[in-house]
Design a protein around this ligand. Structure first.
Ligand SMILES: [Zn+2]
Length: 271
């Protein structure tokens, strides 16, 4: 009798462990498809380079009435105005932080750039000051910046400020060596990454093709982040994005502010 009870106990415990193990494995292997069972595929459309004197495409995006995410460069002619207008229109705002690239001139970066020769203190002070010229920012991403984003040390100085201020980070991925996401994970800062650049070529045909690629990624992965630009050729990007909206909706993809994708990343236990 005692032996029978013991056996039952052993089987019971083994069954319980089995269930816990299966649940664990299931959780680990959550795929884009499973994510779609809970949510429709989602797409964040981030538009960089607001704030500057070249306003091509700005009015078109401001009037688009889909929840784009507006990335504003700091300390420029229209930085505060574009941040406030985007916020008033219900768009999410992020700081588009200029950072030194491996190739290219520092002078292309504009005021408030983070350069490799800066000290810990200089980077932090500059970043804080930049945030003052981009009111309502809920996160930040990099404008160029391959030299800085590939330095774990330099990017960490910015991320420490971001953590203090409750900001998330979007890695635009301008270099395959980027340390932004590993550094964000180490500091437990919510993050997202760019999947597709929309407008390396400023033609409606090319940008439409890139938007469709973004939709494919969203359907496969459950979410996708695409990045386009205002400024030179910005009206072409705006036209192509606007014309792609009915297609995105037909595909059952929901356009969301970037923070929604950051939230999904958190939900999946990536950070
Ligand atoms: Zn940029």
């Amino acid at each position: 009798m005692v032996r029978k009870c013991n056996l039952r106990l052993i089987f019971g415990v083994a069954f319980l462990f089995g269930c816990v193990f299966l649940a664990f494995i299931h959780n680990l292997s959550a795929t884009g498809e499973e994510l779609q069972e809970k949510h429709p595929p989602v797409l964040a459309i981030v538009i960089d380079d607001f704030g500057g004197a070249d306003i091509h495409g700005v009015a078109e995006f401001m009037n688009m009435n889909v929840p784009i995410t507006v990335a504003v460069m700091p300390n420029l002619l229209h930085s505060i105005e574009h941040s406030n207008e985007a916020h008033q229109r219900g768009y999410e705002v992020i700081l588009h932080q200029p950072m030194e690239p491996v190739k290219g001139k520092k002078s292309w970066l504009g005021p408030g750039a983070i350069t490799y020769d800066m000290s810990d203190e200089q980077i932090k002070t500059t970043f804080v000051k930049n945030l003052e010229s981009v009111p309502h920012a809920s996160g930040f991403n990099n404008h160029t910046g391959s030299k800085i984003t590939s330095s774990r040390e330099k990017i960490t100085f910015m991320l420490e400020v971001a953590k203090e201020k409750g900001l998330y980070v979007l890695d635009s991925i301008t270099t395959p060596n980027s340390q932004v996401i590993p550094a964000a994970k180490a500091l437990q800062i919510p993050w997202a990454k760019r999947d597709i650049f929309l407008d390396d070529i400023k033609s409606v045909e090319y940008i439409t093709k890139q938007m469709k690629k973004g939709c494919q990624v969203a359907k496969k992965q459950g979410y996708a982040v695409v990045i386009g630009h205002v400024g030179h050729g910005g009206e072409v990007t705006a036209r192509a994005v606007k014309e792609a909206i009915p297609f995105i909706q037909q595909e059952g993809i929901k356009i969301v502010p970037l923070s929604e994708i950051v939230r999904l990343n958190n939900e999946k236990g990536k950070i």
